[in-house]
Design a binder for this molecule. Sequence first.
Ligand code: ZN
Length: 300
Amino acid sequence: MKREVHKIKNMVAVIIAAAILILSVIGYITDTLGSIREFLFPKAIESENSYVEMLDVGQGDSILLYSGGKAALIDTGIKSYADDIADTLENRGISTLDLLIISHNHSDHMGGIVPLTKQFKIKTLLIPDLEKTDERTDKMTTAVENVKAKGGKSVTAEKGMNFTVGDFDITVIGAYYDEKDENDRSIIVKAKIGKWKFLFTGDAQDPAEKRLMADNADIKCDVLKVGHHGSMYGTSEEFLEKCSPSFAMISCGKGNRYSHPHDVVLLRLQAAGVKYFRTDTSGAVRFTATEKEILVGFGK
Ligand SMILES: [Zn+2]
């Protein structure tokens, strides 16, 4: 009987040791692989506290940063998607945006700005210098009035400006209004949450990327919002090397007339070992930041 008890004790000890070994191996693999788990996010956990979601707005940009009930939006897509964006915000219980950033004054980024600023309270509207744009400014001016009418303020972006939205720390790292091309005048922002870093480049291409690198801007990131919908005139090898993201997201419309994203950019991403997600093939793409990993969800 005593021997039996002894045997059982030994077995228990062996099982515990094996379990500890297996758990540490799993832990090691998870740590080493870092940070990706994919899921279809209609099933995603409603209790998610913080995420970055590239909304599916066809050929345009609109990206939601959500953290513990606070929200920021970068760009508003083309006008015909304004209702979709409004529905998404409402479904997430968002009635106020702490921050709305319009990267630049092109219709695929600011198209929805008038209806959205009419419907939602915007605490801070961050816009490019309207005196330096080549485009009409009437919609932007109306949006500024809408924001002020609801008690918010409008701010012209300058390098170094900083905003806090929930757990996100958002910094303007570039705003090159003297560039020739409107795309290169995009407001470029970096958002940090915990140890994770996201870089949003608007429609910036090579000239703006070169300026960022020349300025030694803090472009290192885990997730890169690929500039200008994956145009071949941006996302250079050198820029990718300096950013060294693990993941990238590309917003573009199915069968768009610009053939975005361009194959050469996808090849550069692949060569750099960057896993990318596209709204035209995956629908909306959501990165959920947890302490240990970034979960990637997609679908619609
Ligand atoms: Zn664009």
